[in-house]
Design a protein around this ligand. Structure first.
Ligand code: BMA
Length: 329
């Protein structure tokens, strides 16, 4: 595996002098914008991330064109910060044919490497007349994709797989929306084969009322296995007079039974502060869809969409995150 210098040692910025910030932004943020793209694009944001076997960082970026339709394009870099090699044409295009269930685009991918298949599973949102819904495709190289189709009907999004079976079954976290309630909660479902899903249940509820995660919660990057449990990074949305605020929160799920929540942080841990996070096509949004880990697995490099316009990078120490969570009451 190629040497990978942990970018956490580069200068980083942390704002709030009164609160110990778990995440530190890279000083070159945003690290990717539409101006870097080899072809015309409106915005690039909400990337999935993984490290390939040779150590290369791969981002599968959501690219919105000037019609408003999104597709996915891969960007590769040796250090995960700069010198990105961006595919010269879209890597995965929506099927825009008549009757297609993704005629308005494909959005917000998450990548999970499945040991069992030695393949990457990409879960993403297909968008069409019936609403957003969860789709899955398998790939070994981010060149050829095998599309397994739609696995959750509309309105459903923000889905990612766990990397291994749990109790013999695949598990998927996702976020359906019900017309019967104003808030939207995170759900978990199970499958024997990645295609047929059942045993649906609520996993984590939006907290309603004045909370930062009152209105909607949804998974961000795929769950991360740690010794203490599965780390769940999720966005909380609070609606207010001038729009919605997207911030990041953390919970810890039991390794054997992820429906058991060991801890849920009360405070949000990352939110829009910098200009590129506050101002853009959709203001006040930080939206990570992926991370990579440092060589020693002790820190997380989180890639996130900023204001639905650009791609940025922030770092956190996994032991610090766990310590923070486990001392929450
Ligand atoms: C969510 C998702 C994200 C987007 C966010 C803010 O519902 O659709 O793609 O970043 O809204 O617009």
């Amino acid at each position: 595996m190629a040497a990978f210098r942990n970018p956490i040692h580069e200068p980083v910025r942390s704002h709030n002098g009164h609160i110990h910030e778990l995440f530190r932004r890279h000083h070159e943020n945003p690290i990717l914008t539409a101006a870097d793209w080899p072809y015309a694009a409106n915005t690039v944001f909400n990337p999935a991330a993984t490290r390939l076997a040779d150590g290369t960082t791969l981002l599968l970026c959501r690219v919105e064109d000037r019609r408003g339709i999104s597709h996915l394009t891969a960007a590769r870099s040796q250090n995960g910060i700069r010198n990105w090699q961006i595919d010269p044409t879209p890597t995965l295009m929506p099927d825009e044919g008549p009757g297609s269930d993704e005629c308005w685009g494909i959005e917000d991918p998450r990548i999970t490497f499945l040991d069992e298949f030695q393949s990457y599973a990409v879960t993403y949102t297909g968008f069409a007349h019936a609403g957003p819904h969860v789709k899955i495709a398998m790939t070994k190289d981010f060149v050829e994709f095998e599309r397994l189709g739609s696995i959750m009907p509309p309105d459903d999004k923000d889905a990612a797989l766990f990397p291994t079976r749990i109790g013999g079954r695949w598990a998927l976290i996702h976020r359906p929306v019900s017309p019967f309630q104003e808030a939207a909660d995170i759900w978990i479902s199970y499958s024997p084969d990645l295609v047929h899903w059942g045993n649906h249940q609520v996993l984590l509820e939006a907290r309603r009322g004045a909370w930062w995660d009152a209105a909607k919660v949804g998974l961000n990057p795929p769950p991360l296995r740690t010794e203490e449990g599965w780390l769940l990074f999720y966005h909380g949305v609070r609606r207010h007079a001038s729009g919605s605020l997207y911030r990041l929160g953390i919970a810890l799920l039991d390794l054997e039974d992820p429906t058991k929540i060991i801890r849920r942080g009360n405070d949000w841990v990352f939110g829009p502060e910098e200009h590129y996070e506050r101002v853009g096509d959709v203001r006040d949004v930080v939206f990570p869809c992926g991370y990579t880990l440092s060589d020693d697995n002790q820190s997380i490099n989180m890639y996130y969409g900023a204001a639905d316009t650009s791609i940025a990078l922030a770092f956190a120490s996994i032991p610090e995150i766990l310590e923070w969570l486990l001392t929450q009451h």
